[in-house]
Design a protein around this ligand. Structure first.
Ligand SMILES: *Cc1c(COP(=O)(O)O)cnc(C)c1O
Ligand SMILES: [Zn+2]
Length: 415
């Protein structure tokens, strides 16, 4: 028997495990085209561990007792998670925040937090005996699925907006995925991928549509809690697009509270670009539902979405944590990318640097106090988007190959 049940996050209906279970069949009938996804399912574990596993949280497979898999053997042989929680002394000093950490998710195999969701989805595909997994993606979910599928010997098909950063597409193609660029937005690629999965019998990894994406991402919260125990962080800043990462973080902390391993959940701040603001706007306005936007756009391509897929769950979970939404401009994101790299040694893509941009805004708005225990979730590597980095740094012209020329150069820059 499965060690978990699916529970609809909207109507509370419960469903047993099944290889093709995606969203709640009742609530999904209320789905409107171009709207946020209805009837997203939550995984409810039959039993939550009441003790931390004896193995360190950073050992591969140590946290599998918290996951809805039949056996640890199902996990693909891929070193996902176990990323460092960095104390960032330089940034602490600059901000006057003595208890600040960076959770460095750039260290995942394909370079982003998306690897966590892909690991669990591919593990389930293996348990279900499916040989092809497909996803729609703004880029990172595609390269993550491609990487984990390659490690597991499973086929991957990825639907991406044709304008996704080339590095992400190259990565997915290099890992051997079938890359299908779609002439349209991420939202359009999302619908197309669902139709293709139905037609060709592929297993769908689409974020939130596949409930294991939320459950897979919760391991990032388990690791933070394990590293900081017995004290939870007070606040975690989470770059947000579809709202699956922030909901996964919430789920991880909720499981720990439920099992008695943590006494309270940290506040979550969902950071979104002003150009792609659906969830943060709803959080800040007190709305009970999330309205899609049109023409979402930002330098933080991984956060760009008109109708966030996990909007309703994100709204509820962020509020339940005592947190809210934070909006940041593209200029603030690029400044933060630069600042983060210089003060911590972590080179983040714009979406990931949004966590630091959000901290500056949150400090100004009084949403975070400087003596709090705060964690920035830095979700993906800057190596995937070098053109964005080049908007803040420049490489000098070459010098002649002689020492005097170097000396002159150093003198000039001193002036
Ligand atoms: C996908 C992604 C996010 C946001 O996650 P959502 O689940 O869409 O909210 C943040 N940062 C990076 C680097 C991502 O790839
Ligand atoms: Zn339902």
């Amino acid at each position: 028997m499965a060690n978990f049940t699916f529970v609809c996050s909207e109507c509370g209906a419960r469903y047993a495990e099944s290889a093709v279970r995606y969203v709640c069949p009742i609530c999904s009938t209320r789905q409107v085209p171009g709207g946020v996804t209805r009837g997203v399912l939550r995984v409810e574990l039959a039993e939550i561990p009441e003790r931390w596993p004896a193995a360190r949280a950073h050992d591969p497979g140590a946290l599998v007792v918290f996951l809805p898999v039949a056996s640890p053997v199902s996990l693909p042989p891929c070193r996902v998670g176990g990323t460092p929680l960095l104390p960032v002394p330089g940034l602490r000093r600059e901000l006057g925040m003595p208890h600040l950490w960076v959770k460095d998710e750039t260290r995942n195999p394909s370079g982003s937090t998306k690897d966590r969701a892909s690991l669990l989805v591919v593990a389930k595909a293996i348990e279900y005996g499916v040989d092809t997994v497909a996803t729609a993606s703004t880029g990172n979910a595609a390269s993550a699925l491609a990487a984990v599928a390659a490690a597991a010997g499973v086929r991957a098909v990825v639907f991406v907006p044709a304008l996704a950063p080339p590095a992400k597409l190259a990565q997915a193609a290099m890992y051997g995925a079938r890359v299908i660029p779609v002439a349209g937005s991420y939202d359009e690629a999302f619908e197309l991928s669902i139709a293709a999965c139905e037609k060709f019998g592929w297993y769908n990894r689409n974020t939130a549509f596949n409930p294991f994406t939320i459950e897979g991402k919760k391991t990032v919260a388990l690791e933070m809690a394990a590293d900081l125990k017995p004290d939870a962080p007070d606040v975690v800043l989470v770059p947000t697009g579809d709202g699956v990462v922030v909901s996964g973080v919430a789920k991880g902390f909720a499981d720990l509270v439920h099992g008695g391993l943590l006494h309270r959940r940290p506040r979550l701040l969902a950071v979104q670009p002003v150009g792609s603001p659906a969830i943060a706007t709803a959080l800040r306005s007190g709305a009970t539902t999330v309205s899609p936007v049109t023409g979402a756009a930002s330098v933080a391509d991984s956060l760009v979405v008109n109708a966030p897929r996990n909007a309703m769950m994100a709204l509820r979970e962020v509020r339940a944590s005592g947190g809210t939404g934070v909006l940041v401009s593209d200029e603030q994101i690029l400044d933060a990318m630069d600042r983060l790299a210089r003060t911590t040694g972590v080179f983040a893509e714009p979406a990931a640097a949004a966590a630091l941009a959000g901290l500056f805004v949150a400090l100004e708005e009084g949403l975070v106090a400087r003596d709090e225990r705060a964690v920035l979730l830095v979700t993906g590597t800057g190596l995937k988007d070098v053109p964005a980095a080049m908007r803040r740094v420049s490489i000098p012209k070459p010098v002649p190959n002689d020492l005097a020329a170097v000396e002159r150069l150093l003198e000039e820059s001193r002036r």
